[in-house]
Write a protein that binds this ligand. Structure first.
Ligand SMILES: [Zn+2]
Length: 271
């Protein structure tokens, strides 16, 4: 096994996690409408759908939650019809009629096109551990969603345990230090992915600095430059600057195919 994992941005929250021969796509098959976020560039999306380079074959497809900027029924069903995966983590969410409807539609498709699916159906605050294959485990934790009007929606924080490298993917998680502490129970985190709204909150900073204490912090869920209506990229850059003296290294995922390396051991060479 190689001594590192990599995190590669497709667009928005869509990331490819690679560890040896295991390739996991998280939030990479999302809707192309009903949200203001950037889409996977067409050429890259075509190669993703075809299982071709530079993305290549995907072994596991996972989602943090069912919002259209993270998950799309059409993109997911098209992908699964054309590509064979070893596992699919599919959140369910019946907290509101429109989310329940999305859950039901995807489930109907999956009933007709059987897949190795693990439905995620936990109350907020609950966790579940899934052993997917030797060296590949994921703990899922329903943290609830950020934002007062969305807090009833599910959001599954994914703790990927990949043969000695732990990667924590938060999606649009609510930033509760107590919940994150309970979920991790002291598990060391090599890399943590958060969005800038998480990091803008004092509680979010507390989760990162005092609870998770990752070696590498990755800011994601940014629009591309041509679509940055709310100055989110600048916000992320300012956050990276503000926290540049923390113990972790910070990366801002800005561009398609940008890759962050996550080495296995603590002993990094000082630059
Ligand atoms: Zn969301």
């Amino acid at each position: 096994m190689q001594e590192h994992a990599t995190i590669t941005l497709l667009a928005n929250c869509g990331v490819l996690i690679r560890r040896g021969n295991v390739r996991i796509l998280v939030d990479g098959l999302y809707s192309d409408r009903n949200h203001p976020f950037s889409l996977v560039p067409p050429a890259l999306k075509n190669s993703l759908m075809a299982g071709e380079k530079p993305i290549g074959e995907i072994n596991y497809v996972m989602f943090t939650h069912g919002h259209p900027d993270h998950f799309g029924i059409r993109a997911t069903s098209q992908f699964l019809a054309a590509n064979k995966v070893r596992g699919l983590l599919m959140p369910t969410d019946n907290s509101e009629p429109w989310m329940a409807n999305r859950t039901r539609m995807m489930r109907e498709w999956l009933d007709e096109h059987p897949q190795p699916v693990h439905y995620l159906d936990l109350p907020q605050g609950a966790a579940q551990n899934l052993k997917l294959e030797p060296g590949v485990e994921v703990t899922v934790f329903n943290s609830g969603h950020q934002g007062a009007h969305l807090k009833h929606n599910s959001n599954y924080v994914l703790l990927l345990r990949l043969d000695g490298i732990n990667i924590l993917i938060t999606g649009d998680a609510y930033y509760s230090p107590t919940m994150f502490g309970r979920m991790l129970e002291g598990t060391p985190v090599d890399a943590m992915l958060i969005n800038p709204l998480f990091f803008q909150q004092p509680k979010g900073v507390q989760v990162v600095n005092e609870v998770v204490k990752p070696r590498i912090l990755v800011l994601y869920h940014l629009p591309f430059a041509d679509n940055d209506k709310f100055g989110t990229r600048r916000m992320a850059d300012r956050q990276a600057e503000r926290h540049s003296r923390e113990a972790y290294e910070i990366h801002v995922l800005r561009e398609s195919l940008q890759t962050v390396d996550v080495p296995k051991t603590l002993g990094r060479i000082l630059r």
